[in-house]
Design a protein around this ligand. Structure first.
Ligand SMILES: [Zn+2]
Length: 121
């Protein structure tokens, strides 16, 4: 896990913060994808035994399993958590777990403004 500095920006006002990023190696990505695939296929196979509903649950399960495992195969890094302060109201700004893709925007809990979060080089 690495900690990186970020800027939080609303219009032309800026504030500093930091995020903890978990990066995945090729092997870890494969493992995460395979785990999702195995779990999804197990649940889908179990839904075969539910009368009538299995007509919907099996195809739906296969589609959901494929999309979740492809997404996990592709995810190279995750933001585990992050913190900073809002450039407008100065309230504590928390960043929740999400895919690591910069820049992104989030809503301030204090003033409900949209804050753009960018990573510092
Ligand atoms: Zn705010």
């Amino acid at each position: 896990m690495t900690t990186k500095n970020i800027t939080l920006q609303v219009n032309d006002q800026r504030a500093q913060g930091s995020v903890d990023i978990q990066e995945f190696s090729e092997k870890m990505r494969f493992k995460r994808g395979m785990l999702a695939l195995a779990l999804g296929l197990t649940l889908t196979a179990a839904s075969v035994f539910i009368p009538v509903l299995h007509f919907f649950l099996v195809p739906l399960g296969l589609i959901i399993t494929a999309s979740i495992s492809i997404s996990r195969f592709k995810t190279a890094a995750l933001i585990i958590s992050g913190e900073g302060s809002c450039p407008i109201c100065n309230a504590r700004f928390r960043i929740m777990k999400r895919k690591s893709a910069f820049p992104f925007s989030d809503i301030c809990e204090g003033c409900s403004r949209s804050v753009v979060i960018e990573i510092l080089p």
